[in-house]
Design a protein around this ligand. Structure first.
Ligand code: ZN
Length: 282
């Protein structure tokens, strides 16, 4: 299933048309976005989609798509692609290095990313994002995928000046400014992926391709991340894991490429689709 937030209403998307699950179920499914990431409700959603009439499926506009989750927590993984660790001149880690992204920074796939005026080192990070679908603690590796509601695309936008301001590096705030975590356009369930261990992510700034990677190149796989994290925190439906960014961030390019007013940031994940977030200085 391809799940969407359309004008704030939980929806299923098929062949470019959308089903408003609350309206079509006549209220049996509440108009609460949480249903999208709650694996225990996916059976109901599938049954509704299979029984819906042709006229229940409606056109929608890309700009009406909102964030597919309002998470309790969003966790980012630093240095999870080999090439990105190498370009950063850092050793391949033995264990994940993670940080938090505030839930309040999460926006939708066509929403505007606001770069604060005069902030001149704001960078992009295209990522595959895991949306958790069940409560879980101390999850075993062989069970890890069964806690996942689906996959979406994301950007882990980062203020490099604040991230590396002396004397201490800190990741959470500079990756959590308002609008710094676009996700979308859809939450796609795992059965839709040919190979859930080999998902491609591509990032463009305007028409320039800047990043391309595959999750088969991750240093810590998605199940390994879920195991490691769930020894420390309890996952809840809707929680997000930004699984890391491939090589090609703006700070590693010559000349450097930072986000500026008027640019459009495009992020594509295979099997999910593409986001297009305009950048505005404000
Ligand atoms: Zn990141």
């Amino acid at each position: 299933m391809k799940l969407a937030n359309i004008n704030g209403r939980p929806s299923i998307v098929r062949d470019g048309l959308a089903l408003d699950v609350a309206a079509v179920s006549k209220g049996a499914i509440e108009p609460d976005l949480h249903v999208l990431s709650d694996l225990s409700r996916h059976g109901e959603l599938r049954a509704l989609a299979d029984s819906a009439a042709e006229e229940d499926w409606q056109d929608f506009d890309f700009r009406d798509l909102g964030r597919v989750s309002r998470p309790y927590k969003a966790i980012g993984v630093a240095l999870n692609y080999r090439a990105h660790a190498e370009e950063s001149d850092l050793p391949i880690p033995d264990e994940p290095s993670v940080f938090a992204k505030f839930a309040s920074s999460v926006i939708g796939p066509s929403d505007t990313v606001v770069v604060p005026l005069a902030f001149d080192k704001v960078d992009y990070e295209a990522e595959v994002v895991v949306v958790m679908g069940a409560i879980g603690k101390n999850i075993r590796e062989e069970d890890a995928w069964s806690y996942v509601a689906g996959i979406t695309a994301g950007q882990d936008i980062s203020d490099r000046r604040e991230q590396w301001r002396k004397p201490l590096n800190q990741f959470t705030l500079p990756k959590s400014y308002d609008t710094f975590s676009p996700i979308g356009p859809f939450l796609v369930t795992l059965d839709e992926f040919e190979n859930r261990n080999d998902i491609e992510v591509v990032g463009h700034v305007d028409d320039l391709e800047v990043q391309r990677g595959r999750t088969s190149d991750l240093i810590f796989s998605i199940p390994e991340l879920i195991v490691w994290l769930s020894r420390r925190v309890t996952f809840e439906p809707g929680d997000l894991i930004f699984t890391g960014t491939p090589a090609g961030c703006g700070v590693r390019r010559t000349p450097r490429l930072y986000l500026r007013d008027g640019m459009v940031l495009r992020t594509s994940v295979s099997g999910v689709g593409s986001m297009a977030n305009p950048i505005v200085a404000g």
